[in-house]
Design a protein around this ligand. Sequence first.
Ligand code: FAD
Length: 430
Amino acid sequence: MSSPPLWNIKIHIIGAGMAGMGSALALARRGFTNIHVWESAPALKEVGAGINLVPNMAKILDRWGVLEVAMAEGVELETANVINCQTDDVLTKVDLAYIRKEFGYPFSVCHRWSLQKALVRGALDTGSVVLHLNRIVIEYDFENTRFKVTEAEHIPVSSSGLSTTSSNSDTITEEKDYDDADEDEFPRWIEADLILAGDGIKSKARGGILSRRGLADDVVESGQAAYRILLKRDLINEDPELVPFFEGSQSYRWIGEGRHVIAYPISSHQTFNITTSHPSHNSQSTIPDSWTNPGSKAEMLDMFGDSCPRLKKLLNFAPEGEVIEWKLRARAPIAQWVEGNIALVGDACHPTLPDLAQGAAQAIEDASVLAHYWYTKLYESQGPIRQLLSGGTNPDKRLDKNIQKVLYDYDCVVEAKNRFHTLFNPVHYS
Ligand SMILES: Cc1cc2nc3c(=O)[nH]c(=O)nc-3n(C[C@H](O)[C@H](O)[C@H](O)COP(=O)(O)OP(=O)(O)OC[C@H]3O[C@@H](n4cnc5c(N)ncnc54)[C@H](O)[C@@H]3O)c2cc1C
């Protein structure tokens, strides 16, 4: 039996978050044609809150042709304010125009859903990606590059974690099954040539890789917690003190002792995204399995009870029952990101605390680099047939579209970031 052309290798991706959908899109754009994404959520919709769309991420989205879609409802920030939490005095005001000048793209913010939607739609539009929703991966077989998948329970996303504030019916419910003949047979094993596990901070694949080495997947407590609030503009009754928060293109960071609040407008200026940070030991709520929990509005107001009147007024508008408390936890860095033909991407691999707002950007960088390496590897390995597969080339290498892609898409800073620990701080298992 002849083996399938290399561009048709079976790539299976677990998780339709930024790492998973970014990887699907990047690989499809590099010419891979047989990509499946498995996601436990029954539908993809507006879940989560604001996310920073910063230049290192924006340049990749631009290359993928989805930046405009992601930014359709995003806000390009013009100014960042640092403010005294108690007195409301502005301590620093930074004009952010230099970010675009220095880094080629502005400092923007958007709803997580805008970004996810852009990646999902971009990936599906390539025609090379199949998205399987409501499918949860319950086991990995590292020896045989396969995983066991079953139907996920139809539980609302909010109860499994992050905030859910659906302002519209914009939902992706695309659902195609892998093999129609086996449609009703769950659980079942799916075989792959390559598996990318983008299954987030609580990654099952990561736990599997570590346990094969007798290592625990330890949680690192930061001692901090965060409340996340999305204020809709129609809630504030056009209060003249609060309207500028929505209409402007500014971010606000109120700082106080051991606490801060960061806020900015998203969703075409119709939502004001507020995230706090405070010591978690002050919180009264218990921490079940879930890392994000429904928070208490009263407790949140109490936490910021000594703040300036303008901030208190803002926090007071938080809809009852929609305050989410997020215990800020991390994972210890791991040395092994790949086991056999199964690799970790995004938060599954290197989850970060939100302080630098780089979690989504790093997931997208992973996807970009992985696709680049796979493309280059396969392209180089194909020798004489590569010209046929790449659909037209030029013998002058400088003018060859594929060579140009390899050279001009290369981003040495992304490379340096990704290889930092290998080059500067190698860790080896004994
Ligand atoms: C629902 C949600 C909302 C978020 N909201 C924000 C936000 O508002 N602001 C912010 O800065 N960051 C947010 N994050 C985190 C941020 O998106 C990530 O840190 C970052 O984008 C890294 O992305 P990731 O794809 O690696 O992981 P994630 O975004 O966590 O995606 C992982 C995906 O894998 C799926 N999955 C997990 N396990 C399995 C399994 N066994 N089988 C199948 N599918 C599985 C999950 O449902 C999820 O869709 C959110 C994450 C999630 C899951």
